[in-house]
Design a protein around this ligand. Sequence first.
Ligand code: BV8
Length: 249
Amino acid sequence: MELPSGLMAALKNAEKVLMLTGAGMSAESGVPTFRDAQTGLWEKFRAEDLATPEAFRAHPQLVWDWYTERRNKIRHVSPHAGHFALVEMEQYFETLLLVTQNVDSLHQLAGSTEVIELHGNIMLSICSETGQQIDDRWIRTEPGRPPRSPHHPQGLARPAVVWFGEELPAGSMKRATAEALSCDVCFSIGTSTLVQPAASLPFIALDSGAIVIEINPNPTALSSKAHFSLQTTAAEVLPTIAADLAGRK
Ligand code: BV8
């Protein structure tokens, strides 16, 4: 794909870059996005209705099994060329901060050195009462769906993700917002820009004078406001941008 000339000029002058990614960044690795309809056993549920403390309290086994199925899927996926392009781009800027809504560790697996996981990580488990981490050996050996927690008599194991209605990890939004306020360029990649407070970040960058570049095959609330709205996929265009920055084009 031919990149808009202004985009590369903006990037070549940039020192501080903020990368925001959502579920669409993982789509080409085979991880269904939140917007994708649920399949199989979960066909009649919306993700937003399962990813809540209320759902876990009311139906702990149903929610636990949903996460177990997602974890098993994620164990077999790999980063794609777009993930590796983000790693390569780290060398072309003074700072590149990667803030993700994704919980699948694909950015870390690709080698991104600094990742802020706004919504936690699906592969880790915590106690439902104390929030303390529960190690994988306990999860694998303790019977029960969900297993009970070793940290609290009434506690259950739950995934270390941020559910709807729960606060984001302390400091994560503060760090991401500070970057949005001071970056030269902000990419918004593969997010429907619907889930708050993460969705506010590209608008904060825009209002603070950053060049905002959206990568999403579908339009979002950001598309008409971004300086560049690339209606294509992450795996397609990120390697092209990285190659252009490396002067390989
Ligand atoms: C909180 C972990 C407060 C769980 C997730 C203000 C206004 C309105 C609502 C709210 C608000 N403040 C709070 C809310 C409520 C709520 C919210 O935003 N609701 C929405 C539905 C309206 N927010 C919260 O509850 C947050 N908590 O604010 O707490 C608080 C304060 C103090 C004290 C107590 C509480 C917590 C939100 C976090 C929820 N957890 N994930 C899990 O994974 O199971 S969010 C979940 O949704 C995922 O993380 C995912 O990232 C996100 C969905 O967003 P996207 O990433 O954008 O994914 P989506 O599927 O929507 O879109 C994919 C996009 O990719 C599409 O646009 C598609 O076109 C594009 N795409 C597809 N393929 C590709 C592609 N793009 C590029 N390349 C491709 N190949």
